[in-house]
Design a protein around this ligand. Structure first.
Ligand SMILES: [Zn+2]
Length: 286
């Protein structure tokens, strides 16, 4: 799932490549992906791309002075920039993984795609990004808070640190992958309770968050959009590396599975050498 660094990189790529060009056509192939109907998709044609940025994990493409195309890429969504499209024919409804296509006046443009059968990519055509429910509820950006604001946000939500860090209303931009990395750098158990963190631990966690997210942004920005995904996995220390050695201590990276996701951690670095109970597994045993 694209998180803060990948979405930041996509925005940077669009700023460099698409800004200044006029939208020739905005094509909707998956009507379930476009969550708004007013303004109509036809309102986009003829508008210049005036900017690209993000709100947490939401990508925001500014169109003229009046419209924004805001996109949440969800788990398997991505933006593919095309220097040229193979065919001038409009997309057919429900045509494969492409949900939306934006064609620009220089013949280039981009597709918003979603792999797999579970379709949850969400696009919104709005006059103000705050009209998007997920955007209006976002907490401050994970890279924009001071240490004290960070402490206040984290302590304001009681719970296990893994869940609190990835709660977009607490801090915007951190997802499942980079939270694994942050907790590994901070040498903290994903199940540590926020209410019990000392000032020193909060500072360590804050610094780890900045380090992990900033490094990932630096790695991602400047790459071709098509290469971004592979790079994410390659730069990871524990995330998606179950069974592989921890790059810090050599212990085996372990995993805790939940119904629809999993987390990875290093026991030696993070939990005093003790493996965490795998909830799915322990339920079976009982
Ligand atoms: Zn380790």
């Amino acid at each position: 799932m694209p998180e803060l660094p990948e979405v930041e990189a996509l925005a940077a790529y669009l700023r460099e490549r698409a800004v200044g060009h006029i939208v020739e056509r905005f094509e909707v192939s998956s009507f379930s992906a476009l969550k708004t109907y007013d303004p109509a998709p036809s309102a986009v044609a003829g508008l210049p791309v005036t900017g690209a940025g993000r709100h947490g994990k939401f990508l925001d493409v500014s169109l003229g002075d009046e419209l924004h195309l805001v996109v949440h890429l969800a788990r398997a969504g991505w933006l593919h920039y095309r220097d040229a499209f193979k065919s001038p024919a409009p997309l057919k409804p429900g045509s494969g993984p492409i949900a939306l296509r934006v064609r620009l006046d220089d013949g280039s443009g981009f597709d918003l795609t979603e792999a797999g059968t579970q379709k949850s990519l969400a696009a919104y055509l709005v006059r103000d990004p705050a009209e998007v429910p997920g955007v209006s509820r976002l907490g401050p950006d994970a890279l924009a808070v001071s240490r004290d604001e960070f402490a206040e946000r984290i302590r304001g939500r009681n719970g296990q640190i893994k869940g609190v860090l990835t709660d977009q209303e607490v801090l915007a931009g951190i997802g499942n992958a980079y939270s694994d990395e942050i907790l590994h750098v901070a040498r903290m158990s994903p199940f540590a309770l926020t209410g019990k963190l000392t000032d020193e631990q909060i500072t360590t966690l804050y610094e780890a968050t900045r380090q992990v997210e900033t490094d990932a942004v630096t790695r991602s920005v400047g790459q071709k959009a098509a290469e971004l995904k592979g790079e994410k996995r390659a730069g990871m220390r524990v995330h998606a590396r179950t069974g592989l050695p921890c790059p810090v201590c050599g212990d085996t990276v372990r995993e805790v599975s939940f119904a629809d996701k999993s987390l990875q951690y290093c026991p030696t670095c993070q939990t005093g050498g003790k493996p965490l109970a795998d909830r799915r597994l322990s339920k079976l045993i009982r």
